[in-house]
Design a protein around this ligand. Structure first.
Ligand SMILES: Cc1cc2nc3c(=O)[nH]c(=O)nc-3n(C[C@H](O)[C@H](O)[C@H](O)COP(=O)(O)OP(=O)(O)OC[C@H]3O[C@@H](n4cnc5c(N)ncnc54)[C@H](O)[C@@H]3O)c2cc1C
Length: 360
């Protein structure tokens, strides 16, 4: 999540890169995120049975499974190493951490776990791919990589308003995920920006916790489905502010309000709030795959039969196809499924031995 428990008073500093430290008494796992980045020239390996693109929860879980199945995966993890959880602080809903865990530390641990079993994780963006035939080819940082199977786990980026103070106060009252952060706003007032189904869903979800939910929309009518509109319009905790745009986020170390501009009159005013949920959509990171893989009307990858795609040997995991759940645990679960599917596919084609069944 974003805020520390118990409201803003308990905020923890936002940590961007974990230090790989383990709890007292435990041995550090291999290759924490904080250690120097391995470059292709140091490591030299550019061919693998499976290449995983993305190093968020989906990609790194796929890497753990693929590595334990002796597939010696290469992870081309992107410059946003660790994915979306690197920009949050407290994660309270990932199983196994009853006290919660900082997002960067969770990703640190996943990466160390993948490295421990032999995955090579490189912080490079894939710029181009050729899936016309096997071995599949991928280009990243000026280096050509090849693999018999590929798992795409490039996630989706939340769209933000693009305001300086919105970025500064992310994790300090500004969020893009009600499921993740709604809990921190018990009995508080929140503002949701947007007018589509996502915004209405986020607002309705937030009514479980917040004392008041204000939906700020730049037009005078909603874009969401009829049923969601009816529910939101009838909800006693939800209030609408029409024809308004958030032009600034107010607060020093946490959100205290937003500045609104009337899109008709141009008039500006401040609206106090404890939280700001930006719900104007997500952009799936699918640009480099569009020539080869099917995308839906919103640009998300289309999955066929489990985790497959229309290209045999190319699999998909996480938020890059899943715009319904968008959680770290569902992305991780998907990474596991994709790795097992890739392994089975490789085995069926005589390209690898089956190992997973005995590798628990
Ligand atoms: C502010 C915030 C707070 C959140 N809090 C929670 C929470 O408390 N609990 C929870 O369960 N979920 C939370 N989420 C949601 C969760 O982070 C996502 O559902 C999850 O990270 C999705 O995992 P993923 O691996 O599919 O994608 P991502 O985490 O988005 O990772 C995508 C990866 O792909 C890489 N990539 C992208 N393009 C390329 C490319 N061309 N080449 C190579 N690599 C590429 C990126 O570098 C990144 O490593 C939060 C999200 C946000 C934004």
């Amino acid at each position: 999540m974003s805020q520390g428990m118990g409201g803003f008073g308990g905020l923890k500093p936002l940590q961007i890169i974990g230090d790989g430290a383990q709890p007292d008494g435990e041995q550090p796992l291999a290759a924490p995120v904080g250690s120097p980045v391995t470059t292709p020239s140091e490591e030299g390996r550019t061919e693998a049975k499976v290449i995983i693109v993305g190093s968020g929860p989906a990609g790194l879980t796929a890497a753990i499974y693929a590595a334990r199945a002796n597939l010696e995966p290469i992870v081309l993890g992107g410059y946003e190493a660790g994915g979306q959880l690197m920009i949050t602080s407290e994660v309270e809903n990932f199983p196994g951490f009853p006290e919660g865990i900082q997002g960067p530390e969770l990703m640190d641990r996943m990466r160390a776990q993948a490295a421990r079993f032999g995955a090579l994780v490189l912080d490079v963006d894939v710029e181009r791919v050729d899936f016309s035939r096997r071995a599949f080819r991928l280009w990243a940082g000026g280096v050509e990589y090849s693999a018999q199977a590929v798992i795409v786990a490039t996630g989706a980026s939340a769209m933000w308003l693009g305001l300086e103070n919105e970025t500064r106060l992310r994790g300090r009252g500004v969020s893009a995920c009600a499921t993740c952060d709604g809990f921190f706003f018990r009995d508080r007032k929140v503002i949701v920006v947007g007018g589509g189904d996502t915004a209405l869903e986020e607002a309705l979800f937030l009514t479980k916790y917040a004392s008041e939910v204000v939906i700020v929309h730049r037009r005078d009518q909603l874009r969401g489905s009829r049923i969601m509109q009816d529910r939101a319009l009838a909800h006693p905790k939800i209030r609408f502010v029409w024809n308004s745009q958030v032009i600034d986020v107010l607060g020093d170390d946490h959100v205290t309000g937003v500045r609104l501009r009337d899109t008709v009159t141009g008039e500006e005013r401040d609206e106090p709030t404890d939280g700001l949920f930006v719900a104007i959509g997500h952009r799936p990171n699918t640009d480099v795959f569009r020539d080869w893989l099917e995308v839906d009307s919103k640009g998300y990858l289309v999955v066929h039969g489990g985790t497959g795609t229309r290209v045999e040997g190319v699999f998909v995991a996480g938020d890059v196809h899943d715009h319904r759940y968008r959680q770290a645990v569902t992305a991780a679960g998907d990474g596991c499924r994709a790795a097992i599917d890739a392994e089975r596919w490789l085995a069926e084609h005589g390209l690898a031995e089956r190992a997973t069944a005995t590798a628990w």
